[in-house]
Design a binder for this molecule. Sequence first.
Ligand SMILES: *Cc1c(COP(=O)(O)O)cnc(C)c1O
Length: 379
Amino acid sequence: MKFNTKTIHAGVHPDPATGAIMTPIYQTSTYAQPGLGEHKGYEYSRTHNPTRTQLQNNLAALENASHGLCFASGMAAIDAVIRLLSPGDEVIATNDLYGGSYRIFTKIFASCGIKFHFVDMSNHANIKAHINDKTKLLWVETPTNPLLKIIDIEAVATIAKASNALLCVDNTFASPYLQRPIDLGADIVMHSVTKYINGHSDVVMGALVFNSKDLLKRLSFIQNSCGAVPGPQDCFLVLRGIKTLHLRMQRHCENGKKIAHYLKTHPKVSNVYWPGFDSHPGHDIASKQMDDFGGMLSFSIKGDKLEDAQAFISKTKLFTLAESLGGVESLCGHPASMTHAAIPKEEREKAGLKDSLIRLSVGVEDVDDLIDDLKQAIG
Ligand SMILES: *Cc1c(COP(=O)(O)O)cnc(C)c1O
């Protein structure tokens, strides 16, 4: 089955009781058991819920993986992965990382005795420099947030395999429409389903997908023991959102491309970060591992003044100032004061993240209206 068919059909089936085409919302915490030790695969909804099962199967299929698990948020999914580790273990992670991932690593798990190294993974020597026999996990985000750096998933997977470490890829920015890390050798793919996968800015959810039966056993145990599961209503909404993932992504990519080119020629714009440009340092790898370049881009205004970023943000009308990304509506953000505020200024600047940087999540509106809005806001 091709991707555009999977979004609609994979992992879901008409309801056996009624024939309902759409997966019902099984709003129940528990299930009648016909006799002692007998059940129909469902005992309690923290462990399993039929609406969640269909969503998990659908997500696994989209990523060409065997198993999927959904969590109450992207952060809960990340939490479950790190719980696979033990005190003394080490993790090597992308330095240009989602702020919440940096926060859970450094503020929650570092005090449990897990050591994190943050490196620029576009240079493989930086990864190899930190690998030792305690390295149990490599954590990759690509494209990165907000500088849209590209990391070669296949190359990092080779390094991970050679050192018996797991590779987890946060695929939130690309979505499975653009990039399928399992095919490139990753062990686990993590998603903030909140973003492109759901796509309508009305649910917070996370997911993990993977092939290994051993990971299924261990991660299901963590999911059930720690209990950060999504409710059936949210699973239904995400299943509905996914049915148009391919259509939305196609338009996000088209609009993103036109806006990147518009900004590039704007006399007041100094840098545009978008992997579709030939001049982008990760362009060749992006062309190899992604099917298109997505609807996320960042830019800075000439002079690199915080006031200019503030003025832009106060003038936009269609681009709404908000956290998050990947919804049908266009959003703009100021990483230094919003998504990346948890990262100390010193660390931010080391990663090249200036105070003047503006991030756009380009929606699926008419691109001419979006460009008009940018034009009047940049001035
Ligand atoms: C939003 C986001 C997360 C966290 O997901 P939540 O659903 O907000 O908990 C993790 N990684 C990336 C890249 C994100 O954009």
